[in-house]
Each structure stands twice: as structure tokens, then as C-alpha cells.
Design a protein around this ligand. Sequence first.
Ligand code: SF4
Length: 312
Amino acid sequence: MAPAEASRLKTTAPGVVRRHRSLHILRLDTVPHPEGGQACVFLRQHRCAIHPQRPTTCRRFPFGLVATPAGLRVTTEHRCPCRSLGPRPLLSLDDALPSLYGSSGRLQPDLTLGPRVRVEGRRYLSFQRFVAEVEGPLLEALLAPAPSFEALGAPYPDLDEVSWGDVAHLLRGYAEEGSSGALAVGLFADTLLSLQGVTTKARRARPWSWSFDRAEARGGPPRQADEVLGDWVADVLWSLVWTEHGSFVQGLAELATRLAVARELGHRLHHRLGLRPDRAAAEAVMCAELVGALPLWESVRASIRAAWSSNT
Ligand code: SF4
């Protein structure tokens, strides 16, 4: 949350803004939720008590806006079961538009793309060619009823000076903070660590499970876990957010890694706890998406780039 927004909220409700111990970011305080775990201090009976004055991040969630040379793109985040689980009417532009205007009253993109896209090394394509030749076929494969993740390539690309095990340990350090977000990071970190061959005995609570209970109770036919995962990966690519962190191929390698961990975490939640496969996958996606937004993960992306340049 931006400092100005934090000051505004502190004035109307003193004591609600906290600084994360290790991430040094400002966030709203959480309190125990009657259905388990922690929830935002303003959540009352599943509704926001400050809805008209809620922070910008909440106002925009789960939508995002990207300005491309071919027009504006609306994107969605998947960390909330409102997006990833249970039957819901298709999102329409009318749903999204009110969230996408800035305080100036104009549509406010989160990202503005130039005319060319860096695919790999010194290979660039015009945005239009990139969409037609690279992005389009990939999105089609990811959004198929039985998605194929092969085109993403291998997970766990080389890192500069650290290992993926080191990354898992650093993430576990963040998880000590104890909030619901930290629990999600911890679940991801434990899974990443075990995929690197280190067994952990950690038993963590699952954050916001009451929210997933409600989404599951909406009914509707279950989906395959891979459908939930493919939908998420396609939206991350569609958001073009990876263009801020390096080439397309590097973005795929980073995403393939979070996908591999999310897939394994989903398997575990399904097999060990008996969660429905699509629900287990949706909870795993929530963890992987939160990790992708951490400042530490920015360093992971930088480390992928650095290792890539020294290897080529
Ligand atoms: S919309 Fe934001 S401020 Fe309101 S309850 Fe949810 S997280 Fe809290």
C-alpha cells in the first residue's frame, strides 16, 4: 500500500496499518476470522466495511490493465477463489471498467508496452508478430480442456550465485511473520524445498480456507486441476508483466518454476487432505501468485537474468 494511502487509512481508523517485518511493505492489519485463519481487519460478514474508501489495490482487484500497441488488455489475478474456483458468470468489460479508472477519471494502465517484444537474447518481434506467432498458439495450448505445459520449457533455470534450495529457505524466513499471506508463502517454500530433495516436517495451516469453502459450496462441476493451472498461467502471460523482467523465454522459465511448485502443492493438498483437485489447484495457485508478487521474487527474476547472460 502506498504511504499516502496508509496515512489516509490511519487517520480514519488508527492502528489498522502494519509494516511487514521482513518485507517492509505497508499492509492492513489482520484479525482472527470466525471461520478460521486471519482476515483483513475490515472484513465483516464477508463484506468490506470500508467499501467506498477501500485502498486502491482492493478497488482494482482482481483486474489489471495493460496498454499494448494493439489496444488495451484487461487482465485478472487468480489469488482469490472468486476467480479460480466454482461457477461464476463470465467476467465482462462492464464488471472490470469501474476498477480500471484512476483517480484522474481516466483509464489507468498498470503497464505500457513498446512496439517490440524481446523474445530471447537479441531477438525481438513486433508486438503484432509476437501475438500471432508466439503468444497466440501458446495461449491456445494452455486454455485447452487438457492443457499442455510443454511449451513453457523446463523449470528451475540456473540462478546467479544462489540455488533454488537457498530461495526456498529465504521464502521460509518470510513465512515466519505469521500472517495468512506468510502461510501461503510458507506452503510454497516447503514444496519448493522438498522438490529440491530436502524433506521438511513443517505442517502449516492453509490460509483463507474458509473462503475456498464458500467458493466450493457454490457448486458446479469440478474442473481438472490442470485446467485451473492452465487458466492461471495463460493469464500471467496475457498480462505481459514478464516484459518488465526480461525476455519472453526467461519469463517462461520463471513461470514454469512457479507452475511446477504449484502443481506439486496441489497434488499434495489433494492426496494428503482429500481436497477436490480443482480446489487444491486453486489454493496452490493462490500461493504461487502471492510468491510471484514478493520483492524477493524480483531478486529471483534478476538472478535468472544474470545467470542467463553469463551462460550465453
Ligand atoms: S476490500 Fe480490502 S479493505 Fe476491504 S475487507 Fe477486503 S482487503 Fe480489507
